[in-house]
Design a binder for this molecule. Structure first.
Ligand SMILES: [Ca+2]
Length: 512
């Protein structure tokens, strides 16, 4: 437990004490953790995003966020760019390269300010480690049979931070031959730049994904990228890395890179992007790492998608065959991300409309060691490729689910996954968070659905009501049971009607 988490719990215990619950002498417990993906694919690339995020830290901290996954922070080949077309890892918006000092998100000074202010709010930054590919070479060069854009001189940075320049042997393959003027996957025959064998076996060998594929067999590449990992961690006081395109990179290199970064920085979180719907493939990927590694739970996200479209309907199975069910401590759950949003590569997996709050409730309110990740687009809205903005339809509800996670999702859980359309669970609360919580959701298309659930006899005689408004109140029986209600295709959640934290709900503001 880090100090910031501890201090938040302590403040919460103090708050209870002022309400006369006499908890000061009892053991403090950790708060529930929460991450947010701090961007969507089309977020405005006007070099103001670091400043915008900086202005949101209090709001995000208030709903329980303790980690922000920031977009790729290094200088990209293009501007505007989301940042996956990395030109120079060592340029965080500091040098005049590719026509700009700033990246599309802002300057290094603004990013450092965001990091410092985040730390002050108990929030760490998670960098997007885009290590698989490079783009935007300064010149082309003859490499074996091809004229390849592999010559990276970094004229604006020179040798500041790193003296490495890039050339033929630093890439296994490129996507364009300047002799034939043809786009294809062109293998570069050189030294220490073979395709790695320890990558996904998709497409035979899936080392190559896009652009200039970095040759991690090359010792000078390994050395430079390892040095960068430790450097950027110190520069930004990082809490960890998302490992972009992990299935397309040498696992042995990733393992040694993580060990190298972790050796000089404690409590680093590494989360792999490893796209597969198959839990056994995820398991086989994580086997053999010597540093703890988490994986975004694509099998769970795929389930959310299937339930949102009606491709699957038995709600009792919604969490089965997921990475979360298999290895919760290594699972990072998400509903949507910059790839599944409309207009992007995995749009076919977009979790749509009515099911979004249900998916968030499943992710946020259950007793699990998994780390949930909110999607920026779901609470701030999304732009599309032509620049028009769509407000998030469920942002207030999602922020309230996050608040319920922060305040009430603690203690003994009792599941009622006993009906194909209507499921629910209760949390009895714990020492620091005694209020308790009841959650009910249904995919039935008509009428209100009810479920009788037990919230614990310590709540007998209390009056509970929905955290989503409405006037209905329920009395908890002497046996701890009460009957809770959800409308068609909705989720509902209840706690004590007199809970002091209720004043914080229904107040999310999407402006950023
Ligand atoms: Ca690769």
């Amino acid at each position: 437990m880090d100090a910031s988490v501890h201090s938040r719990s302590f403040r919460h215990a103090e708050l209870h004490n002022t309400h006369g619950s006499g908890l000061a002498a009892r053991q403090s417990t950790a708060s529930n953790r929460l991450m947010i993906q701090g961007f969507e694919w089309y977020a405005r690339k006007d070099e103001q995003h670091w400043k915008r995020l900086n202005g949101q830290l209090e709001k995000l901290s208030d709903i329980g966020v303790d980690m922000i996954w920031i977009p790729p922070a290094s200088k990209a080949a293009a501007n505007p760019s989301t940042g996956y077309d990395v030109y120079d890892l060592w340029d965080l918006g500091e040098f005049n390269q590719k026509g700009h000092v700033a990246t599309s998100w802002g300057t290094k000074a603004e990013l450092s300010a965001l990091s410092a202010n985040a730390t002050a709010h108990g929030i760490r930054l998670l960098a997007d480690g885009v290590l698989n590919q490079r783009a935007g070479a300064d010149a082309s060069k003859t490499c074996s049979a091809h004229k390849a854009w592999v010559d990276y001189e970094f004229p604006g940075r020179g040798t500041t931070y790193s003296s490495k320049k890039w050339s033929c042997n630093d890439f296994s393959a490129i996507d364009y031959d300047d002799i034939t003027k043809q786009s294809a996957i062109w293998k570069i025959d050189g030294q220490n730049n073979a395709f790695a064998k320890d990558v996904s076996t998709g497409n035979g060998n899936y080392d190559y994904l896009t652009l200039g594929d970095v040759a991690y067999e090359n010792p000078s590449v390994q050395e430079d990228v390892k040095a960068w990992g430790s450097w950027v961690t110190k520069q930004l006081n990082l809490g960890g890395f998302r490992l972009d395109a992990a299935k397309h990179m040498s696992k042995a290199f990733l393992n040694s890179w993580m060990s190298s970064v972790a050796s000089s920085n404690s409590n680093m979180l590494f989360i792999a992007e490893y796209l597969t719907g198959d839990v056994s493939v995820v398991q086989s990927f994580v086997n053999g790492f010597s540093t703890a590694i988490s994986v975004f739970d694509t099998p769970l996200q795929t389930k959310f998608h299937d339930f949102s479209t009606g491709a699957q309907t038995d709600m009792t199975s919604v969490l089965k065959n997921t990475w979360l069910a298999s290895k919760p401590k290594q699972a990072v759950m998400y509903v949507n991300n910059h790839d599944t949003q409309i207009g992007q590569a995995l749009e076919v997996l977009n979790v749509a409309g009515w099911f979004t709050p249900l998916a968030y409730a499943l992710m946020l309110l259950r007793d699990t060691a998994g780390y949930p990740c909110l999607f920026y687009g779901d609470i701030y809205g999304v732009y599309d490729g032509s620049g028009s903005f769509t407000a998030p339809p469920h942002s207030t509800q999602i922020a309230d689910l996050a608040l319920a996670r922060k305040y009430f999702a603690y203690g003994t859980q009792t599941d009622y996954f006993d009906d194909a359309s209507t499921i629910g669970w209760t949390r009895q609360g714990d020492t620091d968070h005694p209020e308790g919580l009841a959650v009910i959701m249904t995919n039935a298309q008509n009428g209100d659905k009810t479920k009788r659930m037990n919230v614990g006899t310590q709540h007998a005689g209390e009056v509970w009501s929905s955290l989503f408004g409405g006037s209905g109140k329920v009395s908890i029986g002497s046996d701890g049971f009460a009957t809770f209600v959800a409308g068609a295709r909705t989720v509902n959640m209840y706690t004590r009607a007199d809970a002091s934290q209720r004043g914080d709900f229904d107040s999310w503001n999407i402006s950023i």
